[in-house]
Write a protein that binds this ligand. Sequence first.
Ligand SMILES: [Zn+2]
Length: 350
Amino acid sequence: MSRLSLSATLRQGLIAGALGLALLGPAHADEPLKVVTSFSILDDMVSTIGGDHVAVTSLVGPNGDAHTFSPKPSDAQSLAGADLVVVNGLQFEGWINRLIEASGYQGDVVVASRGIKPLAFDGHHDDEVADDADHDHDHGDADHGDADHDHGDADHDHGDADHEHAEAGHHHHGNLDPHAWQDLRNGEQYARNIRDGLIEVDPSHADDYRQNAARYIEKMKVLDTETRERLAKIPEADRLIITSHDAFGYFAHAYGLKLLAPVGLNTLAEPSASDMAQLIQQIEQNHARALFLENMSNPALVQQLHQETGIAIGGTLYADALTPDGEGSTYLGMFRHNVDTLVDALEGGH
Ligand SMILES: [Zn+2]
């Protein structure tokens, strides 16, 4: 730019000089990194790992529903000014690619779920997507946390699915369940991906990002162990729960619950009368213990099920969003709340 301005007219030179100052001025030196996340859970994760070095904006806020979100012009503006964008991936944010494109944002996009083993969804949650996850080895230790996984998926790291491409619509894998954050071991992988994304755009604070992520992952491990222990005490026959939409497939898979929901992976769906009748039959046949509301879903379906089956509503689970304040305003707090709510409702039935 300086060479151009020297050869240009004085006026142009002054403008270029002013621009140069604006770009390189002192404000840049320790200004926090502007990170835009797609939804509130990622907001908390990035804030926790980034600490003072980041200023995070979330497109879908607390108690917001990313499934039904429709972006506003101001969302494109947030993206345009971002230094880093963090999304869930697994087609959770159906609107994100168009929004990024419209905003003109050209920087890195961290797909937080990259490297997790996705669950398939075909109306029930028994199926894992075998051999279908691309475990990217670009980032030195990105995978080492998997070493202590003991739930039997030894063949984690084969296959050819690339989540970023899947997200961009180049590949189709049928219905993948996007709600991967409801398994704390996936939460650890989210933290590693976010850490690596922050280091990539802001290497000068790499040590802080590593330390914050390590502390965070340690807390997730402690809560994961505690969750397993608490849910293991609930008799197997009592472990069936009903939620508004199918947001707890990973939770159920990781911690040994069974679940049913009137609508599938997406809150946009409306169950038909015969779907509801079938679900009521299933609930009654399987002696479901409790129904649960979700903080970001319409309660009407669960209330209808409550009226028709007489099964108690066990509380509100935090599904696809944090709460604006209180216990549910962090990822770890959200998780603890959900475990407390489930255990209370399932034990309390006796
Ligand atoms: Zn959902």
